[in-house]
Design a protein around this ligand. Structure first.
Ligand SMILES: *[C@@H]1O[C@H](CO)[C@@H](O)[C@H](O)[C@H]1NC(C)=O
Ligand SMILES: *[C@@H]1O[C@H](CO)[C@@H](O)[C@H](O)[C@H]1NC(C)=O
Ligand SMILES: [Cu+2]
Length: 133
């Protein structure tokens, strides 16, 4: 089947397009205070279907998804519950800007525990397919 062959070719040549990526926020540093998440996010290509995983000792931090205003002023959304498991996985299901903050004490406002990313939709398929034969 033609579309299946194309998919296999793309999967072999462009694994990052074909498969979702799990991003551990902050890598080994995890989700913590006094970490530069802006630099961490720089140059990463977040795609729809990828996952963000926030890792931290349970109880020490948490994760709120906020809007741009909440990000700027470190305000928690009044009616939303935080994620609190210490291994919080968020699937990036829509494109656009996304913002996350820690809601514990003044971690966001005073210690920079906030993350802003832009999620890209699936890249357009290349216009020239490699030949199968
Ligand atoms: C951002 O979120 C806050 C709190 O949830 C809400 O009050 C505010 O209207 C939102 N702002 C925008 C621009 O959506
Ligand atoms: C964290 O969650 C991911 C799935 O989102 C899972 O693969 C991983 O094993 C979990 N790690 C721990 C330490 O629980
Ligand atoms: Cu925190």
């Amino acid at each position: 089947m033609a579309s299946r062959s194309v998919f296999i070719v793309l999967a072999v040549l462009f694994p990052t397009v074909a498969f979702a990526t799990d991003f551990i926020v902050g890598d080994e540093g995890g989700w913590t205070i006094n970490f530069d998440y802006q630099t961490w996010a720089m140059g990463k290509n977040f795609m729809v279907g990828d996952k963000l995983i926030f890792q931290y000792p349970k109880g020490v931090h948490n994760v709120f998804k906020v809007n741009g205003t909440g990000f700027q002023y470190c305000t928690k959304p009044p009616l939303k519950e935080a994620l609190t498991t210490g291994n919080d996985t968020i699937v990036l299901s829509t494109p656009g800007q996304k913002w996350y903050i820690c809601g514990v004490a003044q971690h966001c406002a005073l210690a920079g525990q906030k993350l802003a990313i832009t999620v890209n939709s699936m890249a357009p398929a290349p216009s020239v397919y490699p030949s199968m034969t």
